[in-house]
Design a binder for this molecule. Structure first.
Ligand SMILES: [Zn+2]
Length: 174
């Protein structure tokens, strides 16, 4: 059975909320998810709580098994992030480049990395790719180990007020 969790990231990928705002957000989220009771900083999958993470550089925040489609930012061509579809798009060469670029992204962050897209020949920034699930790019993420689908609109707005940024919700499964 898949394990589901919710990830909340700022709409602006470089934005990291202040420590004070994060503390207030934690208090608020424990009201929304009272069963989480105490602040757990253990890393998923042992985490039974709510985890706040900051990164030194922009990371791809994956939706896990829900990751499926990506879109070329230049021509909007949709493609699956699986070997078969990557090879359909641009042959083995593109598949190799795609993997190499993502490995670099995991090591040193996504900002500034580019890809030449075989669909339209345009060189695009990795951070301009969009996803259907959605995965997203961020330097800050709140991970909530919960079955609850998503924050309600009211809850999201309240959290946005506290953190001082727009919030995107990523439902992830592993
Ligand atoms: Zn394209």
């Amino acid at each position: 059975m898949s394990h589901h969790y919710l990830q909340l990231i700022p709409g602006d990928r470089q934005f990291v909320p202040t420590g004070d705002a994060q503390k207030k957000a934690a208090e608020y989220l424990f009201d929304v998810f009272p069963e989480k009771g105490n602040l757990s900083l253990e890393h998923f999958p042992d985490c039974n709580g709510i985890e706040f993470k900051e990164f030194g550089n922009v990371q791809y925040i994956s939706a896990g098994d829900n990751d499926r489609w990506a879109f070329c930012p230049s021509c909007r061509r949709q493609f699956a992030r699986e070997s078969e579809d990557l090879r359909d798009l641009g042959g083995r060469e593109f598949e190799k480049t795609w993997r190499k670029t993502w490995n670099l992204a995991y090591e040193s962050g996504c900002e500034g990395l580019t890809l030449e897209m075989p669909c339209c020949g345009q060189v695009v920034y990795l951070t301009d790719l969009t996803f259907d699930s959605p995965g997203g790019f961020a330097r800050f993420v709140i991970e909530i180990d919960t079955r609850q689908e998503l924050l309600s609109t009211d809850e999201r707005h309240r959290l946005e007020d506290i953190l001082g940024c727009e919030i995107l919700q990523i439902q992830a499964a592993v």
